[in-house]
Design a protein around this ligand. Structure first.
Ligand SMILES: CC(C)(COP(=O)(O)OP(=O)(O)OC[C@H]1O[C@@H](n2cnc3c(N)ncnc32)[C@H](O)[C@@H]1OP(=O)(O)O)[C@@H](O)C(=O)NCCC(=O)NCCS
Length: 396
């Protein structure tokens, strides 16, 4: 078994192992799309007897963490053919991938896990949650109407490519867990209206909320029309919606909830601190359900801590069996220190608090960390706390 970097022409073969689990060989459309946003040298494959049996890749993200934007590996296309599982191939792929990210100076790696049992052993920790909702339009009233002073404009694909990215960039820059989308990402992924993603609904619709020519919010959505005894059972399927201010965010959700003739609205991959909880008159009617979203790996603990510009007097002792270069005691500025530790924890648990998605107190209550100095937990939580929950609006 050889583990190696893929050649440019092997993209399709490297996608094939994970594609197998979706029930088919990779389609031409998917391969074309990955080719635009994935650099071939970021794909590793396992080859046996001239055949590729496994792969693991990484996008190169500019990734927002609280207070900074850092380069990050966005791990994707991970799969081992069922003929070759449980022989340690994923472990070898994770080894070369994390060594590669470390050499490239990426302080963190992030991913969406197909199953929660896979990545903890490689030092990833659950770092963010997300939610989904489904609400009948009759229950979609707000406590008060949003005052954004703008107007809405439906966009063609080309218009969307101009109007939407600046809004996204403003939100992404200040939301931990989001990453910058280059133009190719918009074309190949975020605004690409793939037939295979419609799930019985219509074309991708795009709308922007503007005031004085400035984009304030946008939504990407589909309508799925249906009827029962002559009345509409139509659904608004929200793909993505966000705004640069509280008024704009309220405005775009008001728009989505006000599409006439529709019966209900559904949305997934939402931030857990979504303003709808406090905007709606009847938030219970959203039937909001939680799940894990981003998993994070601190590839270089010192650099990751330094990026957060934390100020406080707490020493963390970090264990890391998969990336031993990280095993050390750290002050909060990321420097290694010989001082006595106040908290002892695994690198995967530090990843869980890093974006602000969980607290040290939560880790302690789950029996995952040790407080060695009384009061250190409270100090660490005060320093790590963030104003907003981490959010990644897109599975990559
Ligand atoms: C998940 C997957 C990549 C694992 O590959 P693999 O080569 O079998 O993994 P390894 O042999 O290196 O396993 C390493 C360890 O992880 C465990 N493990 C691997 N996959 C697991 C899973 N899905 N659930 C629970 N444990 C798992 C193994 O049991 C092994 O544990 P051990 O060291 O205690 O024996 C493979 O099963 C797969 O392709 N699954 C379907 C596609 C998928 O889910 N891809 C991930 C996308 S995010």
């Amino acid at each position: 078994m050889e583990i190696r970097q893929a050649k440019a022409e092997e993209l399709s073969s490297g996608i094939a192992p994970v594609s197998h689990y979706f029930g088919s060989a990779p389609g031409e459309e998917a391969v074309r799309s990955f080719a635009r946003v994935l650099r071939p040298e970021r794909m590793f494959v396992a080859e046996e007897d001239g055949k590729i049996v496994a792969g693991a890749s990484a996008f190169e993200f500019q990734f927002t963490v609280p207070g900074a934007v850092v380069p990050a590996a966005g791990v994707t296309i991970v799969g081992v053919l069922p003929t070759h599982t449980r022989r340690g191939i994923l472990t070898q792929l994770m080894r070369v991938q994390l060594d590669d990210a470390h050499e490239r100076g990426e302080p963190v790696a992030s991913l969406w896990a197909s199953e929660e049992t896979i990545y903890g052993r490689f030092g990833y920790g659950m770092a963010a949650l997300c939610g989904e909702l489904e609400i009948q339009r009759v229950y979609g009233g707000f406590r008060k109407p949003p005052e954004h002073g703008g107007s809405f404009r439906l966009l063609s694909y080309e218009e969307a490519l101009d109007a939407i990215p600046p809004v996204y960039a403003r939100v992404a820059g200040e939301t931990p867990g989001m990453f910058a989308r280059p133009r190719e990402w918009w074309e190949a992924r975020a605004l690409h209206d793939s037939e295979s993603r419609r799930d019985g609904a219509g074309e991708m619709m795009r709308v922007v909320l503007e005031r004085d020519g400035e984009g304030l919010a946008y939504a990407i959505y589909r309508l799925k029309m249906g009827f029962e005894a002559g009345s509409s059972t139509g659904e608004v399927h929200v793909i993505e919606a966000m705004g640069v201010s509280p008024e704009a965010t309220a405005g775009i959700w008001r728009y989505l909830l006000d599409v006439d003739w529709m019966d209900r609205l559904q949305a997934e991959l939402l931030p857990v601190d979504h303003p709808l909880f406090l905007l709606l008159e009847q938030p219970r009617r959203m039937r909001f359900r939680l799940a894990d979203s981003l998993w994070l790996r601190l590839v270089d603990v010192g650099a990751a801590l330094a990026a957060r510009s934390l100020e406080g007097d707490v020493v963390l002792e970090v264990t890391d069996s998969f990336c031993p270069w990280n095993e050390a005691r750290y002050s909060l500025d990321g420097a290694k220190t010989m001082e006595d530790a106040d908290l002892r924890l695994d690198v995967s648990d530090l990843a869980s608090v890093y974006l602000g998605g969980f607290t040290f107190a939560q880790l302690l209550r789950a029996g995952r960390i040790e407080e060695l100095t009384d009061g250190a937990l409270g100090c660490a939580d005060a320093v790590f706390r963030t104003d907003r929950a981490p959010w990644c609006p897109e599975i990559f």
